[in-house]
Design a protein around this ligand. Structure first.
Ligand code: AP5
Length: 199
């Protein structure tokens, strides 16, 4: 089994790269953002609960996220592995994920940290805003999402560094180039269990 966490600020390319990684390594792609947007679209009770947080660019409470993720992961236990996209986003979520997988003796193998400069993040999200219809792709909300990332999610870098799972990926390159770097890190891990710390 291969389990990957992809991590990085809003607009860094997590979703784009996750789809490619899932195809390349036959992993189940679990994106909490996609999952929540789907609930909103279907107007479910979870969707109604989370909409106000997403619209404001704030994180959805851990308890809701963990419950939703657990449901999704349990439905795909036969998968050869997972790529967790946009989860965990807080230390509490990371600890819960370790606990949840630990019960089944399944580790997170690699954590990909995509690094992109703030100006470029902003440019990418404003570009996407033209046709994304995402309620959180608005100038003021984008700033807020980046601030929340720095405050609540960035500390996860140290959490995974301590576990020697962190791979820093330079995301300031075209999609295919970034994907090549990711594949290099994943293939190295698969062939000799070695973490490439920076690509
Ligand atoms: P989520 O959907 O996870 O959004 P995000 O983290 O803000 O990230 P984005 O989807 O905006 O960007 P991305 O990094 O995936 O980049 P993408 O590939 O799309 O979360 C949304 C909200 O849901 C949160 O704010 C929160 O409210 C809630 N939520 C979700 N998970 C949660 C959790 N665990 N806990 C609590 N709340 C949670 O690319 C962006 C754009 O750039 C695209 O247009 C793409 O085409 C382009 N692009 C990608 N790569 C490149 C490249 N290399 N060069 C040029 N352009 C590129």
């Amino acid at each position: 089994m291969l389990n990957i966490v992809i991590f990085g600020p809003p607009g860094s390319g997590k979703g784009t790269q996750s789809k490619k990684i899932a195809d390349e390594y036959q992993l189940m792609h679990l994106s909490t953002g996609d999952l929540l947007r789907e609930e909103i679209k279907k107007n479910t009770s979870v969707g109604k609960q989370v909409k106000k947080y997403i619209d404001k660019g704030e994180l959805v409470p851990d308890a809701i996220i963990i419950k939703e993720l657990y449901k999704q992961a349990s439905d795909h236990v036969d998968s050869p592995g997972f790529i967790f996209d946009g989860f965990p986003r807080t230390i509490v979520q990371a600890e819960m994920l370790d606990k949840m997988l630990g019960k089944h003796n399944i580790p997170i193998n690699i954590v990909l940290n995509i690094e992109v400069e703030e100006e470029e993040l902003f440019k990418r999200m404003m570009g996407r805003a033209e046709d994304s219809n995402r309620s959180d792709d608005k100038e003021e909300i984008i700033h807020k999402r980046i601030d929340i990332y720095k405050d609540q999610t960035y500390p996860l870098i140290n959490y995974y560094k301590k576990q020697d799972k962190l791979v820093n990926i330079n995301g300031m390159a075209p999609v295919e180039k970034v994907f090549e770097k990711i594949c290099h890190a994943v293939d190295t891990y698969k062939s000799c269990k070695k973490i490439v710390h920076s690509v």
